[in-house]
Design a binder for this molecule. Structure first.
Ligand code: ADP
Ligand code: VHF
Length: 365
């Protein structure tokens, strides 16, 4: 069996674990997951939770005898979200932070940058970010629609190395195990292709959304970006004891590219540069020799018009040295170029911290 190693994980917990039988929130399955999160954090690892269950948890507070309308589901979600957060919070001594996201938020550059910065800051402060879809504002085409894909997007934004999907089934089987009791568990998948998608059926219960299909979509997105993905049974405490010992009881999807390489390729080749930042020799040394972020004090000139979150080329004397994601738009950068970082807030009225291009978002050319 492969030794399971990780440093920053997104853990996705499905509705059937939060509110088993659709009956309010329960600690039944969450205790083992919470213990795993606490033990992992004590080992210096970083965890982001993506928790479903707001609709399932709020269901009993909106009693109806017909299939719920969208508005009724949204009412359930807004009641259940509070209960779900309170349910998680009581397991931890560190703060829990709520992030409610929609598809729009993930695809708007400025919001994407804000989500990323917030996650980074929460992890720096030892808090546990708990993400869910903002069900009350998003319908149909505005939604990610399922938390498996939302968890994959979160893993990409957070630059996690691992996605752990906790469901009510032991992993990926060669057929839906609810329909065929002779189905076999697949312990390892090296490529999520059509033949793997062909094995997936829909949700197992009326609480779940997407079933195995959306879990495979999540695994495909992540493994292509170098993020290993696990599907495990969150109803079995032993799964988490084994994970702490580096053993996976479930299905492991191995990355098809190294994380570094996938990100480098994406930054270097996929993202079009929106402009240029010209730097001085001090900044050049800091970036090339010290692995530093780019600070405003090292900027001599800003060329072109770009938004916060756009890719930019970092140049020294007409040589492109690096490419990275700008935290500030070009007009704000023009106002803070050459300044010390402590001046950013007083000049712009806001700050994302001392860097203008963070080292994590930079690739040397
Ligand atoms: N090939 C398969 N292997 C495992 N489970 C499958 C497969 N096809 C469909 N499923 C179903 O997917 C369900 C898990 O998805 P879902 O109900 O959406 O749960 P969750 O709330 O954890 O997201 C399982 O209970 C199982 O019935
Ligand atoms: N955002 C929804 C969850 C949607 C969803 O994907 O649920 P699940 O398949 O149980 O992970 C909720 O909180 O009820």
């Amino acid at each position: 069996m492969h030794q399971f190693e990780w440093q920053r994980a997104v853990i996705k917990v499905g509705s059937a674990l939060i509110a088993p039988d659709g009956q309010q929130c329960s600690a039944r399955y969450l205790l083992a997951i919470a213990r795993f999160i606490t033990a992992s954090k004590e080992q210096g690892k970083e965890v982001i939770l993506v928790s479903s269950g707001s609709v399932a948890a709020g269901r009993s507070s909106v009693p109806i005898h017909h299939p719920p309308s969208i508005a009724e589901k949204q009412a359930m979600a807004s009641i259940g979200q509070m209960q779900m957060m309170a349910n998680w919070s009581r397991f931890f001594d560190f703060p829990c932070a709520q992030l409610l996201l929609t598809y729009d938020d993930l695809h708007s550059r400025t919001r994407y940058v804000n989500i990323k910065n917030t996650l980074r800051e929460l992890l720096n402060h030892q808090a546990l970010p708990i993400v869910n879809e903002n069900d009350t504002v998003a319908v149909n085409e505005l939604k990610v629609g399922d938390n498996d894909n939302l968890a994959a997007y979160t893993a990409l934004i957070a630059q996690a190395d691992t996605l752990i999907i906790c469901s009510d089934v032991d992993g990926l089987y060669d057929q839906d195990p609810r329909k065929n009791p002779h189905a076999n568990l697949i312990p390892e998948v090296t490529c999520v292709d059509e033949s793997i998608f062909a094995l997936a059926g829909g949700a197992g219960t009326k609480l779940g959304t997407g079933g195995m299909h959306t879990k495979l979509q999540a695994a495909q997105k992540c493994t292509q970006s170098g993020i290993q993905t696990l599907i495990v049974n969150g109803q079995k405490g032993a799964v988490f004891d084994h994970l702490l010992e580096g053993k996976v009881l479930g299905t492991r999807f191995t990355p098809v590219a190294s994380r570094e390489n996938a990100r480098r390729q994406w930054l270097k080749h996929t993202l079009k540069s929106g402009g240029k930042i010209v730097i001085d020799s001090g900044a050049k040394t800091a970036i090339l020799s010290k692995g530093a972020s780019l600070l405003p004090s090292g900027i001599v000139d800003v060329i072109g018009q770009f938004n916060s979150g756009d890719a930019v080329t970092i140049e020294y004397q007409n040589n492109a040295l690096a490419k990275g994601l700008a935290l500030y738009n070009s007009s704000d950068l023009n106002n803070i170029k050459g300044m010390r970082s402590c001046k950013i807030e007083s000049i712009l009225g806001y700050t994302f911290g001392e860097a203008v291009v963070h080292r994590d978002d930079m690739v040397l050319l």
